[in-house]
Design a protein around this ligand. Structure first.
Ligand code: PGA
Length: 274
């Protein structure tokens, strides 16, 4: 069942910057200061488009201080979390630690975690639930590799990840969920999925959420596209009905470029000013 598209207007677009393993506790706040300055220069309205960044764990304390002392209208979150709350899990970071640093969001299941750290769908389901236990909103990343896309199995593959990762959530939790569709072949490669491909998958994800949790829940969840998003291609992707934002890697490390993505509403689909 496809949810009505007019409800799309109720979803605040989310532009999220995944800094990955870049920028330490000095460099991260420096970039965030520059970003806040740039957003203010272009008269960015945070009530229209929400901006969030995902710094490295070691930078989160400094980011919290900067956001609080500067009164910045930017949210932030962790790039990963433990499925457990506390205990003998050397090297892990709990959702509680992220919440106490003022995080709003946490990335779960980025393809680099799925591939390099062999994170399974069961573990990711436990991480999603751990995030909710401590008041964090998971940004759940799903998406297919090139071989799966070429075999034409991308929708079933991505929905299989989704179903496993959201199993057991309450409808209220599902309504607040953010899902990022990130085709692995488009991450850091310069290859961007076309707006139609992004819309096709986001519509399929919303329909699946509707099947699991009901339409009134599915129309509330925000769906992002991620993979080589830049200021020049953001507007075309974000105008699609079921695409509610972008998860941005490389381009989020440049304040002007990232602010340009957040300003997508004032861009033509080809990237120029309206
Ligand atoms: P990219 O990364 O924008 O550099 O392709 C996106 C991501 O990995 O979240």
């Amino acid at each position: 069942m496809t949810p009505p598209t007019d409800a799309a207007t109720d979803r605040t677009p989310l532009i999220a910057g995944n800094w990955k393993m870049n920028l330490d506790h000095v460099q991260g706040p420096a970039l965030l200061s520059e970003l806040a300055r740039t957003l203010s220069e272009i008269k960015h309205d945070p009530s229209r488009v929400e901006v969030t960044v995902f710094p490295a764990f070691t930078a989160l304390g400094a980011i919290q201080s900067l956001v609080q002392s500067g009164g910045l209208d930017v949210n932030y979150g962790g790039q990963d979390l433990s499925p457990f709350d506390s205990g003998a899990y050397t090297g892990d970071i709990s959702a509680q630690f992220l919440a106490s640093l003022g995080c709003t969001y946490v990335l779960v299941g980025h393809s680099e975690r799925r591939t390099i750290h062999y994170e399974t769908d069961d573990v990711l389901n436990a991480k999603v639930k751990a995030a909710y236990r401590h008041g964090l909103t998971p940004v759940l990343c799903v998406g297919e590799g090139l071989d799966i896309r070429q075999a034409g199995a991308h929708i079933e593959h991505t929905l299989t990840q989704l179903r496993a990762n959201v199993a057991g959530l309450t409808p209220e939790q599902a309504a607040g969920l953010v899902v990022a569709y990130e085709p692995v072949w488009a991450i850091g490669t310069g290859e961007v999925a076309g707006p139609e491909e992004a819309q096709e998958m986001c519509a399929a994800i919303r329909a699946e959420l509707s099947t699991i949790f009901g339409t009134t829940i599915a129309v509330k969840a925000r769906l992002l596209y991620g993979g080589s998003v830049k200021a020049s291609n953001a507007a075309a992707i974000l105008k699609e009905a079921d695409v509610d934002g972008a998860l941005v890697g490389g381009a989020s490390l440049d304040a002007t470029e990232f602010a340009g993505i957040a300003a997508f509403e004032g861009q033509t689909p080809s990237g120029g000013p309206v």
